[in-house]
Design a binder for this molecule. Structure first.
Ligand code: ATP
Ligand code: MN
Length: 474
């Protein structure tokens, strides 16, 4: 593949002899950043990387190259351009190398100051260097897997005829009380306008309080009630103060919303979807996954392959609570009908009890959002809703979803019970007044999914520039 600048990408060089790639003896131009430089017997070997693939390219610079003296100036982190002949490599570790004819130093990197040295750095240290960490093997691999998964997600929905829609980032409604929201305002916080002792929101930019969205669901429902099958894929924000390895204040969510679909149909969609995107990443990122498997999680590829191959387990919330109570395990918080499943419970179910992903359905209505469809009371007179969570080993909840309440009267009484005022939801209620139809949808946390596919421990290493409590550098 030609690049815009007529250089050849390292990825294409290292797959020489394949369609679209150069062949041995071809003259090529390559550009990238230097990883290491070493010399032996009057010949210099320069390893460079351009991000197109995990592997570095070896440049061989012989003493008779007119730019040989430049080698002394090359240090880890500098950028260079090289012109040379592609050759099969006699050395170990690479199939091809470049026999360099011309070499140009584009930008130096003072070795006294450049913070990324040859040794392995901790992930914590690299988080302080989010502007340079994409140059490391780990973060290059995360970026490529993330890109492949985003493409796989669009491909899955596009092949099934779903319409990709964009929902607003600034919203005046609290989508679901899903989590604390960030306020979006142009008011001068040092001189707040007041009216009767209260902040006067009528003079704020939108004439009312506005927030960064926690979910595109409510707007996606509007489009599902017209286009039938839709999905969003965009940023969402939660001002929750949860400093865990699975929570970000800004993360990306994929939210399909499907008309004429019930919870069973939705659970099947979620299962097909997860298996398809993991199959996609296995097929398109073998080198990066092998790297993660080697350095981060020895079980990674086996786990992903087993998920692609096996059916997910299904159980109701009530069955899950019974299983937890009879497990003989001691949990920090004992499982109790009516309380939300803790992450220790979720992990026990998926890791110990069934050893593969589990879809838990029909949660108590008291712990779930107002828009989830109410079931008939169970034999013990308890009320549940048609909610589902998909739990996977190591991460716990990766998807949360539900069949939506399409009956106007039931929805209104649930809103009243939740203490929600009807007025701001007039348009949401209109969908139940005019041509209401059964529908269902879920939200997949994109970073948690990439975290699962890479075996990385901390979600801060999955998004390029993590936003977490007290941290918004870069
Ligand atoms: P949790 O209980 O883990 O906080 P949640 O119940 O708040 O999740 P939902 O509101 O159902 O999650 O959101 C849908 C999906 O978005 C979740 O299944 C998860 O994958 C992802 N998600 C939710 N909150 C966060 C967050 N703060 N950071 C990253 N991903 C998140
Ligand atoms: Mn949450």
């Amino acid at each position: 593949m030609p690049t815009p600048q007529q250089r050849t990408r390292i990825k294409d060089l290292l797959t020489a002899n394949q369609p679209g790639s150069p062949n041995p003896d071809d003259a090529v131009v390559v550009k990238g950043w230097v990883k290491t430089v070493r010399s032996s017997g009057g010949v210099a070997f320069v390893q460079i990387n351009d991000g197109s693939t995990l592997a570095d390219l070896q440049l061989v610079v012989a003493a008779d190259c007119p730019d040989f003296p430049l080698v002394g100036q090359l240090t880890t982190g500098c950028s260079i351009s090289a012109d040379g002949l592609l050759q099969e490599s006699p050395g170990r570790g690479q199939r091809y190398e470049i026999h360099t004819r011309r070499l140009e130093l584009l930008g130096g990197a003072d070795p006294e100051e450049y913070p990324l040295q040859k040794k392995r750095h901790t992930l914590e240290f690299l988080r302080e260097l989010a502007h340079l960490r994409p140059r490391t093997n780990t973060f290059g691999a995360v970026a490529r897997v993330r890109n492949a998964m985003a493409f796989g997600i669009h491909q899955f929905f596009q092949q099934r005829g779903f319409l990709y829609i964009q929902t607003p980032i600034i919203t005046a409604s609290d989508a679901e009380g899903a989590g604390a929201m960030f306020r979006a305002t142009t008011l001068d916080l040092n001189r707040l306008p007041t009216q009767d002792g209260q902040v006067d929101n009528s003079v704020d930019f939108f004439g009312r309080p506005a927030f960064l969205t926690v979910s595109g669901q409510l707007e996606a429902e509007i489009f599902a009630q017209a286009m039938s099958d839709v999905y969003t894929f965009g940023p969402t924000f939660r001002a929750e103060n949860s400093n865990t390895s699975r929570h970000l204040a800004e993360f990306w969510m994929v939210e399909p919303e499907v008309a004429f679909c019930d919870l069973d149909g939705l659970a099947q969609l979620a299962e097909d979807f997860l298996r398809s995107i993991f199959a996609h990443v296995l097929a398109t990122c073998p080198d990066d996954l092998a790297f993660f498997n080697r350095f981060y999680d020895r079980e990674l590829i086996a786990t992903l392959e087993s998920i692609v191959a096996a059916d997910f387990e299904r159980m109701t919330y009530t069955e899950a609570v019974n299983l937890l109570q009879s497990s003989g395990e001691t949990f920090q918080f004992p499982a109790q009908w009516g309380s939300d499943l803790q992450s220790e419970h979720e992990r026990y179910l998926t890791e110990n009890k069934v050893g593969r992903p589990v879809i838990v359905t029909d949660y108590p209505s008291s712990i779930k959002a107002f828009y989830m469809r109410v079931n008939d009371d169970d034999p013990d007179g308890r009320q549940t809703v048609r909610a589902m969570d998909v739990l996977v080993p190591r991460i716990g909840e990766i998807i949360g979803g539900s069949q939506r309440e399409e009956r106007l009267d039931v929805l209104q009484s649930r809103m009243a019970a939740a203490g929600l005022d009807d007025a701001p939801y007039w348009w949401y209620l209109d969908l139940r007044r005019y041509g209401t139809a059964p529908h269902a949808g879920f939200g997949l946390g994109f970073e948690r999914t990439v975290q699962f596919a890479t075996g990385m421990q901390n979600i801060r290493d999955i998004i390029a520039f993590p936003r977490t409590p007290r941290n918004a550098e870069f």
